[in-house]
Write a protein that binds this ligand. Structure first.
Ligand code: ATP
Ligand code: MG
Length: 426
């Protein structure tokens, strides 16, 4: 029997793991500049953390990996997204009592959603996300958007569009909701089964439907902008003004509603314009949520904002724009062992090189000189250290500088100084 990875999953290894690490390192270091701490929550939570009353999203209704162990009454769900766990932890650990708000945290890791696998759409995928919890201010909104924009530009994604909208406060959204219900009533029969459910639960999400997207009735649907009360409008204007001030380009898209049900006020997406992305062009998405913290038992009226980016999608977009983000770094030294009696000496040499911070490898296969030399080539090593019985007996090493094609034999005591001199020059 053959063992195979489950559908919609990927192993990340070899040269691709260097791209992941480069991306992860950049994400971490930019978050540090913005004074975000890392939070790590469990990869499963009690199902009710994700499955909340009246949630009409596909993610919650159709895509969750939920399980219950035999002899257990506890239903658990592998996290499909990061926000719910972060907010659960924020409340459970009383982070809301922190004197410095908002509490700013980032997370990264695998998420699970049972979706039809496609390019840029997996069942186990990775998100990097941020949440700023506990203070509601347009400055906080814009700070998270600037962070998102900075991250994408720093990793090299240029061909992007920031789309932004507001869903207003509760009152504005209720007014819009009623208007949408009224509007879609005569078209109800044309809507897909999911949208029929959304019509009852959260008609805003009809605007986000991938199936009904091209229906004629979608084009003339009422716009959120016409239902915003003054407070919501002012809040949004300040957000846009701050974006202008900081020179962040954006487009207001008044049909942008986002996939989850808990959003209020500012919502945004960053889309890659690269043609290779197809239907999976949204790299990053997020928004403000007013009800979530109190839902989990935190203070009433406390608000949060966050976004998440799909790391696979970002890497696909980066590759399409610029080629690979990073490659495996070349070796500093490959230790070639030319006589089997000198193997232990070679082993000591490679260990010493590593102790002094050189990336070093040695032949473990007892291969011929020619075969070892091919390995040096494959690993793009900058030097080859030749070790045979002569070197062993004299406690020396022969260093071959592969760039200059020069070679010299030095005492083992001078190896590190010599290597520093050789490789430091470049
Ligand atoms: P979509 O509309 O593409 O299904 P979504 O609204 O479900 O996206 P979010 O829940 O907002 O996505 O997740 C944020 C980001 O995570 C997305 O913009 C995307 O980059 C990534 N993402 C979401 N689902 C997947 C998936 N199944 N595979 C890979 N990346 C994903
Ligand atoms: Mg989705």
């Amino acid at each position: 029997m053959a063992y195979k990875i489950p559908r919609g999953c990927q192993d990340i290894y070899g040269s691709s793991s260097y791209q992941w690490q480069t991306l992860e390192n950049t994400l971490r270091s930019i978050c540090e500049l913005y004074n975000y701490d890392e939070i790590r929550t469990p990869i499963f939570e009690h199902t009710n953390v994700f499955k909340r009353e009246n949630d009409s999203s596909d993610m919650v209704n159709k895509e969750m990996y939920t399980f219950q162990l035999e002899n257990s009454k506890t239903s658990l769900t592998i996290r499909p997204e990061g926000t719910a766990g972060v907010v659960r932890s924020f409340v459970e650990n009383k982070m809301y009592a922190n004197p410095d708000l908002p509490v700013k945290q980032y997370y990264m890791g695998p998420m699970a959603r049972h979706e039809r696998p496609q390019k840029g759409r997996l069942r186990i995928f990775h998100q990097f996300g941020v949440e700023a919890l506990g203070e509601k201010s347009p400055y906080v909104d814009v700070e998270t958007i600037v962070l998102a924009y900075t991250i994408l530009s720093t990793v090299g994604l240029k061909d992007i569009k920031v789309c932004i909208n507001t869903l207003g406060d509760d009152a504005s959204r209720q007014a819009y909701r009623s208007a949408l219900k009224e509007y879609f009533k005569p078209y109800y029969d044309q809507l897909c089964p999911d949208c029929k459910r959304r019509y009852e639960q959260n008609p805003l999400r009809i605007l986000d439907c991938k199936v009904d997207h091209d229906l004629e009735c979608m084009k003339n649907a009422p716009s959120m902008a016409d239902y915003l009360n003054e407070e919501s409008q002012t809040y949004f204007n300040t957000v846009l003004h701050l974006l202008d001030t900081l020179g962040i380009p954006y487009e207001v898209d008044d049909k942008l509603v986002r996939g989850l049900d808990y959003y209020t006020h500012t919502v945004f997406e960053i889309v890659s314009m690269n043609k290779e992305m197809g239907a999976q062009s949204t790299v990053l998405a997020g928004g403000r949520y007013d009800g979530l913290i109190s839902y989990f038992g935190g203070p009433e009226q406390m608000s949060g904002i966050g976004w998440a980016l799909g790391m696979e999608r970002l890497l696909i977009a980066l590759e399409a724009e610029n080629g690979p983000l990073a490659e495996k770094p070349s070796l500093d030294a490959y230790v070639m062992c030319l006589d089997s009696e000198a193997r232990t000496y070679a082993f000591e040499v490679v260990t010493q090189l590593r102790a002094y911070g050189f990336r070093a490898e040695m032949d473990m296969m007892g291969r011929s000189f020619k075969a070892q030399f091919k390995a040096v080539d494959r690993m793009k090593s900058r030097t080859a250290i030749l070790i045979g019985n002569t070197e062993k007996d004299a406690q020396q090493v022969t260093i071959k500088n592969l760039k200059e094609r020069s070679q010299e034999t030095v005492s083992i005591d001078d190896l590190i100084t010599k290597m520093d001199a050789l490789l430091g020059e470049e």
